[in-house]
Design a protein around this ligand. Structure first.
Ligand code: SF4
Length: 211
């Protein structure tokens, strides 16, 4: 019995959420409510949808050439037990998969916690990206992070080489347009720029660029 996750969004393969082809999970629920957060839709713990951890693991392991998984949110460490279970199942199926996890807590706060679930998720994480988004410290220099207080903690050697190639791996954005016309975007981009791009697509103003 490995339980369920409450998710805001799931993408089985993306190139924007860290090095290589990765599955991306955005958990639902965050208690922090940082001003300027790019994803306030993820705050409500009653929002989103349930997903069985074992089913999710099976779906992720079926993706060809996948290199890892990224846990974002929302606050992943509010569902640390289920995410640790998912990471363990993924590693059982494919020991080469790497795990990146975001958190609004600092690494120090997590290490000081006595919560066994938080410790379990830390134990499954190769790269922890920590700290809340702080609007006054917004930065665009490093990939994945939104503000300069956020740090990369390479907890295992698995992803350390990625740091050497940062110059070529700034923020990326993926936009998916489904046959039903719905538009979804992931990656890092200032919220106002992203909204402008999505509105242009919706209004047909970028039709030539898309085709
Ligand atoms: S911790 Fe992350 S998801 Fe939560 S409010 Fe802050 S930026 Fe948003």
């Amino acid at each position: 019995m490995v339980g369920k996750l409450r998710l805001y969004h799931f993408i089985s393969s993306t190139l924007t959420e860290g090095p290589g082809l990765r599955a991306g999970l955005w958990v639902q629920g965050c208690p922090r409510h940082c001003p300027g957060c790019a994803a306030p839709e993820t705050w409500d713990f009653d929002g989103g949808f349930d997903k069985d951890v074992a089913v999710l693991a099976k779906e992720i392991l079926a993706v060809p050439k996948l290199e890892g998984v990224t846990f974002a949110g929302g606050e992943p460490f509010c569902q640390a037990g289920a995410l640790a279970s998912l990471a363990r199942l993924l590693r059982q199926g494919n020991p080469a998969l790497s795990v990146i996890c975001f958190t609004g807590w600092t690494m120090g706060e997590l290490l000081a916690s006595r919560d066994p679930d938080k410790k379990a998720l830390l134990g499954e994480t190769d790269l922890l990206i920590d700290g809340p988004y702080i609007e006054s410290l917004a930065e665009n220099d490093r990939p994945l992070v939104g503000s300069s207080n956020q740090e990369f903690h390479f907890l295992t050697p698995r992803l350390r080489d990625w740091k050497k190639g940062w110059g070529a791996s700034k923020h990326r954005l993926e936009i998916r347009i489904s046959p039903d016309g719905s538009i979804a975007a992931n990656g890092m981009m200032p919220g106002d720029v992203l909204r402008e791009i999505v509105n242009k697509i919706r209004n047909g103003a970028m039709e030539n660029e898309i085709l």
